[in-house]
Ligand binder design. Structure first.
Ligand code: P6P
Length: 334
């Protein structure tokens, strides 16, 4: 591992260390290519007429942005032909995407959110692509939804691309979390932030405060104590952030610490919050844990949740270890 090395060199060194066949490396390279293409489209925005919304809704019932569909297609086109995947699943597709018959199939599955935070795209705020790689179950050549329903602990890789002032790629394969910055002139991600580490303590939290009237007591207690500042029970002042783009929030937390919360609330307790387990919560949890953080639903480790559906939602409380553990303790107290 060497500052300034390319992401391809980094993953090949990883392959040599783990005795890989090269199939995983090739899959990752196809994903990186897709994200570079998405970065280019997002960066051009209005110049190429990709902003704005469509008439359509996705399976979540959310109005689709043009770029939601365009970036989903980019992920499909970059990854369907390589022969490394047996199937794909996306926030933007109701069901599993089978690898077309003209292409060979491989031993991996991918779930992804092609453009997380896309409600921000028309106002030029950072968005991102989140992905998670699982092994296809032994002997399965035509994977169905249930073959994807593996707990987060089964992920072999998780990552996100952040399309911000810089385009960055953050990945983990279970040996730490590492960040790479896209050199637009060279067209390569270069290692700039090896071994990301989330400080165990923080004075910064992220939550959509407009939902306060719906929060359950443990979350309300935590936020009230933070807002009470140095004269309150925490004896310290806190800062709040809310970008409405999970990738941007998680990247900030990986960089300087913090807590991100999208909890379950009284609007629809059975729904389990807003964020999706398979292609938002699990990949981000893998990365956060590999950086020394904690990621919980409030009552259980997110990566140990047994999935029940491709688009299942879970409450998400992740970030600085000591703060997330405090919120989990408040959930235990009720
Ligand atoms: P709200 C984006 O739509 C997203 O899925 C996450 O990236 C983000 O953290 C959250 O939803 C924002 O939700 O309710 O504040 O718009």
């Amino acid at each position: 591992m060497q500052l300034g090395q390319t992401i391809t060199q980094f993953i090949i060194e990883e392959q040599r260390r783990t005795g890989g066949t090269g199939e995983f490396t090739a899959l990752l390279n196809d994903i990186f290519t897709a994200c570079k293409n998405i970065s280019s489209a997002v960066n051009k925005g209005a110049l190429i007429g990709v902003l704005g919304s469509l008439e359509s809704e996705n399976v979540q019932g959310e109005t689709q942005k043009k770029l939601d569909v365009i970036t989903n297609d980019m992920m499909i086109k970059a990854n369907e032909w390589g022969g490394h995947l047996a199937g794909m699943a996306s926030e933007e597709m109701d069901d599993v995407y089978p690898i077309p018959a003209q292409y060979p199939r491989g031993k991996y599955l991918i779930t992804f959110d092609p453009l997380d935070g896309s409600s921000n795209i028309d106002v030029n705020i950072s968005v991102g692509t989140i992905f998670s790689i699982l092994r296809c179950p032994e002997g399965v050549t035509d994977p169905q939804a249930e073959d994807f329903l593996q707990p987060g602990t089964k992920q072999v890789c998780a990552g996100y691309a952040l399309y911000g002032p810089s385009t960055m790629m953050v990945i983990t394969t279970g040996h730490g979390a590492h960040a790479f910055t896209l050199d637009q002139n060279v067209g390569e991600f270069m290692l700039t932030h090896p071994n990301l580490t989330i400080p165990a303590d923080t004075r910064e939290f992220a939550i959509n405060a407009s939902n306060e009237r719906f929060w359950f007591p443990p979350v309300k207690r935590y936020v009230d104590e933070c807002v009470a500042g140095k004269d309150g029970p925490r004896g310290a002042n806190f800062n709040m952030r809310w970008v409405a783009s999970m990738v941007a929030e998680v990247h900030r937390i990986l960089t300087r610490g913090g807590v991100f919360m999208y909890p379950n609330d009284s609007r629809d307790p059975g729904r389990g919050g807003k964020l999706r387990l398979m292609y938002e919560a699990n990949p981000m949890s893998f990365i956060v844990e590999q950086a020394g953080g904690v990621s919980s639903t409030g009552t259980e480790r997110i990566m140990e949740v047994t999935p029940e559906g491709l688009h299942q939602r879970v409450p998400v409380i992740l970030g600085s270890k000591n703060e997330v553990e405090r919120i989990v303790a408040y959930h235990k107290e009720g």
